[in-house]
Write a new protein. Structure first.
Length: 94
């Protein structure tokens, strides 16, 4: 018998990744370019291979947003390892 959950696996996994990434960005990353950044949402593709992280910086200019994107791309490997450490899954999304 199939269970009907209120939302799909991609959404549930995105919620877990959101928790891990938010906590890591707040407490473990020491990059000054990420000061004041708030992770707002994580969206997953249906195949669970790609996660998209959305963030918010109050009163940020376009240049500051580009700097934050560069900092997050640079921290991608660390964030990916943190997600793999906290959540058990076959593939860790990019």
């Amino acid at each position: 018998m199939k269970r009907h959950l209120p939302y799909d696996r991609a959404t549930r996994l995105a919620d877990q990744i959101f928790q891990v990434v938010s906590q890591v960005c707040y407490s473990e990353l020491s990059d000054p370019r990420l000061n004041g950044v708030q992770i707002t949402q994580v969206r997953m593709t249906k195949d669970l291979r790609t996660a998209r992280i959305y963030f918010h910086m109050p009163e940020a200019t376009k240049d500051a947003q580009l700097t934050v994107i560069q900092a997050l791309k640079r921290a991608q490997g660390y964030l990916k390892r943190a997600v793999a450490r906290e959540i058990e899954m076959k593939y860790v999304p990019d």
